[in-house]
Design a protein around this ligand. Structure first.
Ligand code: SF4
Length: 364
């Protein structure tokens, strides 16, 4: 009886255990199923999210492309419009220029003459309206009708001198000497120093020289070696020293210390020729005795056809036959200015030269 009871209990226990096992298995299965479902749902969710992101990305890219295309198109349209505007503006400008040129045609050469070569002119165009009209006293003779010099074959352009001089006077109304000085002896010294040297460099030297040597006796008693050093940068200082000190001594000895005011006396001083004497007379004493012919005057008077001579004294004589006495010094200074500013020895600016129409050397 006890055995049966034990067996029964055992069986019940086994049954209970089995049931429990089953329940456990069922629960595990349920759990697994639930986990599986959750996983699947998660995966689905992820896929959905990824798809949505992809769609958004694609949409964004499309939007960007569209925007870029629109911008490009707008840019193209803008460029086309700008080009069109520029074209229209250019055409209008051309038409305007052509009209202006057409209007200005008859007055062209006169305007050109007024502006070019003026030392006060920044650019030829700026002063065209400001410059006074040039009234020619003499009608220029066409170059083709000019007689030729028999030897040099340079055209004799003397017939055009007055017309040329008129124009040059308009361009250089007040030609001022560029050397600094206060006394006749200082202009004599500065002129001697200016040989083969620029006026600017001479002024740099005389700025100190004229303070160091004040009276003519200071020059006469100067130590040649020291004086040579003082004027060294003007070049040819040995001969210049000799001439300046020699002039001072001669003036003290022969003229009582006063610089003479005649061509004859001045040209007796050491190193003083007609050019220097003319400069001292006109600028130191206001006497127009002759025309100072320097390298510019020589070159220009030949180029313009005012002389066929090569010797400065003969050139001076030719120029003196053309100019009035009161214009002697101005003519010299004017030709110097024109030579420095327009008719350069190496590159003459014939294209802007005011006297090109009457110059036989223009563009040669
Ligand atoms: S050579 Fe030329 S720059 Fe010189 S004066 Fe004649 S036109 Fe003028």
């Amino acid at each position: 009886m006890t055995a049966n009871k034990e067996t029964k209990t055992e069986a019940e226990k086994a049954k209970t255990a089995k049931t429990a096992e089953k329940e456990k298995t069922a629960k595990t299965a349920e759990k697994a199923k639930t986990a599986e479902k959750a996983k699947t749902a998660k995966t689905a969710e992820k896929e959905k999210t990824a798809k949505t992101a992809e769609k958004e990305k694609t949409a964004k890219t499309a939007e960007k492309t569209k925007t870029a295309k629109t911008a490009k198109t707008a840019e193209k349209e803008k460029t086309a419009k700008t080009a069109e505007k520029e074209k229209t503006a250019k055409t209008a400008e051309k038409e305007k220029t052509a009209k202006t040129a057409e209007k200005a045609k008859p007055a062209k050469s006169a305007d050109f003459r007024k502006s070019a070569g003026n030392p006060d002119t920044k650019t030829p165009r700026q002063t065209i309206s400001k410059m006074p009209v040039v009234k020619r006293a003499i009608k220029p003779v066409p170059l083709s009708k000019l007689p030729l010099f028999p030897i040099s074959k340079k055209p004799d352009n003397r017939a055009n001198f007055k017309a040329i001089w008129d124009i040059l006077q308009q361009l250089y109304p007040k030609p001022e000497v560029e050397l600094d000085f206060e006394t006749p002896f200082e202009i004599l010294t500065a002129t001697i120093l200016s040989a083969q040297c620029t006026d600017r460099q001479v002024n740099t030297v005389t700025q100190f020289l004229f303070k160091k040597y004040r009276a003519i006796e200071d020059y006469a008693n100067a130590d040649p070696a020291e004086f040579g050093k003082d004027i060294y940068s003007t070049g040819f200082y040995n001969s210049k020293t000799k001439h300046v000190i020699g002039c001072a001594n001669a003036i003290l000895k022969d003229y009582g210390g006063a610089v003479p005011d005649t061509m004859k006396e001045l040209t007796k001083l050491p190193g003083v020729g007609r050019k220097t004497a003319n400069i001292v007379l006109s600028r130191g004493f206001g006497i127009n005795d002759g025309i100072a012919v320097d390298t510019h005057v020589k070159r220009l008077s030949g180029k313009i056809g005012l002389t066929e001579q090569e010797d400065p004294e003969k050139i001076e004589q030719d120029l003196m036959k053309l100019a009035k006495r009161e214009d002697y010094d101005n003519l010299s200074l004017t030709l110097i200015f024109h030579g420095r500013r327009v008719c350069d020895a190496k590159k003459p600016k014939c294209d802007v030269c005011a006297i090109q129409e009457m110059c036989p050397s223009a563009f040669i």
